[in-house]
Design a protein around this ligand. Structure first.
Ligand code: MN
Length: 502
């Protein structure tokens, strides 16, 4: 379906208002400021920063966003009350979304008024807001379950009174694309119209696209599709769909992944692994056939390159790994193997993956060593570890061998892990100047006796290794992972092993 006259589709992000209304989500003023900055970097046109009527804390947050003096238009949600508009004005917003009841369920059941009064109130509120210099969008609440003739009357009244635009709101995610298209087309005939879609039927994106096709020029979205119930339509999905399928540019796509991670961290709502654009798996290939194809041609199993949305392609090892994936991973580690050996390694990787285990680099290298038969001596080996916490200063001591020499050292730190890592570094000397690039802890089981998996990525002289260790003691797991990583990084560098200080 060709999209016509879509040259001016703009994006409104309501993560800070509708997104924050998601169950269990609450953003501090500082978090709202960070997210607003990231939205600005992404080139979002309108940022709905909150509902000024919610309370003093919310008004402080909105004011801090308006203080940023962003290029984006910053707005507040307002109920159909003059007092709400006054509170929004106190926050110095550029504009407001005036929400008036549209369906009879809302007109009569929620607000307890009549259609005639809604029309009158709409005109008065719009005049009040525009008289105070505000940009005004009128949202007909529950618009998708409203009598379309009445919705049209409300919006004609709003535009006559000076509103800048109207909005077709599928408040409860009830409509399908055809209904959305019809309603938006009728409102678009009156003046500029926006679309506010929810994902209760999983139709958020389809409805947003239908709205654009029918003339909507502003699409309301939230980062990661956060929002009430099943959420709003996701900003990243609308943006990539508009650009990839229809060639309509909206936001800076390469900012989307950072934005997604910022919002996930701030809200505590994790990114689902299988989600379009932002999910962990969106550009990860594990299956043997897919990995093989991807190694021959990047585009083989991807609709667009991951860099488009600020991401990188990953080839994961696991149950579905085939020989091509194993060979590519071994090459990354400069491990040579014959075809037969690669086949044997692939079988072992698959077996490990069958147990539901993620196959890490260290697992792969251990398997490769075993299969290729060049078992080597460890360069660094941990013999003993003691860590004490609970006192004033957490301390740890380690005994390890480095290139055959036994060494003992101790260290202090902010906690037992930190102290132990410092002891290891001290024992190894200058060779331990590898950078700890990443440190992740995952609890494998739920209780306080949980087995934890610590995964570390260390880099030294442009070489990087990732090692995971699972143990019930987090300090032990951390130190073992780090020692294993150093062992890998130092294996060919005997010079670095001469004791530094003594
Ligand atoms: Mn909503």
């Amino acid at each position: 379906m060709p999209l016509e006259d879509t040259s001016t589709v703009e994006i409104l992000d309501t993560t800070l208002r509708d997104g924050e209304q998601a169950p269990g989500v609450s953003l501090s003023p500082a978090q709202k400021v960070d997210i607003a900055r990231a939205l600005e970097r992404a080139g979002v046109d309108v940022i709905e920063a909150g509902s000024a009527c919610t309370g003093a804390g919310e008004r402080e947050a909105i004011s801090r966003v308006t203080d940023l003096e962003l290029d984006a238009t910053v707005t507040s949600f307002c109920r159909g009350l003059e007092g709400d508009i006054e509170l929004a004005l106190e926050c110095d917003v550029d504009g407001v979304h005036l929400v008036v009841p549209a369906s009879d369920r809302h007109v009569e059941g929620k607000v307890g008024t009549t259609r005639e009064d809604v029309l009158e109130m709409t005109a008065e509120l719009v005049e009040y807001a525009t008289a105070h210099g505000l940009w005004v969008e009128v949202i007909g609440e529950d618009g998708s379950r409203a009598d379309l003739d009445f919705l049209e009357d409300v919006m004609a009244t709003a535009l006559d009174a000076g509103a800048d635009r109207t909005c077709f709101a599928d408040t409860v995610g009830h409509a399908g694309p055809e209904q959305t298209a019809e309603a938006v087309a009728r409102l678009a005939a009156l003046g500029p119209v926006s679309a506010h879609t929810h994902d209760d039927l999983g139709l958020g994106v389809a409805n947003a696209l239908a709205a654009v096709q029918s003339g909507a020029s502003l699409v309301h979205c939230t980062v990661n599709g956060l929002g009430e119930r099943a959420g709003n339509v996701a900003l990243e999905e609308v943006a990539i769909a508009l650009e990839h399928v229809y060639g309509v540019e909206t936001v800076a796509l390469e900012e989307l992944y950072d934005l997604a991670q910022l919002v996930a961290r701030s809200t505590g709502v994790e990114l689902p692994p299988n989600k379009a654009v932002i999910g962990q798996n969106a550009f990860t290939h594990e299956s043997g056939i897919h990995t093989d194809g991807t190694l021959k041609d990047d585009k083989m199993y991807e609709p667009y390159p991951p860099e488009t949305v600020g991401r990188e392609r990953r080839l994961a090892l696991g149950k579905h790994t085939g020989r091509a994936g194993v060979r590519a991973a071994l090459e990354e580690h400069d491990v040579g193997a014959t075809d037969e050996q690669v086949a044997a390694i692939a079988t072992r990787v698959t077996e490990l993956g069958d147990k539901g285990k993620r196959v890490t680099d260290a697992d792969l290298l251990a398997i490769a060593e075993d299969v290729t038969g060049n078992d080597r001596d460890r360069t660094v080996e941990l013999l003993d570890l003691t860590a004490v916490s609970g006192g004033e200063v957490p301390t740890a001591s380690v005994r390890l061998t480095v290139g055959g020499d036994e060494r003992v050292a101790s260290g202090t730190g902010s906690g037992p892990v930190d102290a132990a890592v410092s002891a290891v570094r001290s024992a190894i000397g200058s060779a331990a100047d590898a950078d700890l690039e990443a440190y992740h802890v995952d609890a494998v089981t739920g209780g306080t006796d949980a087995v934890v998996t610590v995964e570390v990525t260390m880099t030294r002289n442009d070489r990087s290794v990732t090692v995971a260790r699972s143990e019930s003691d987090i300090t032990n797991a951390s130190v073992h992972a780090m020692v294993d990583a150093l062992d890998r990084l130092l294996e060919d560098d005997t010079q670095a092993l001469t004791p530094a200080d003594d």
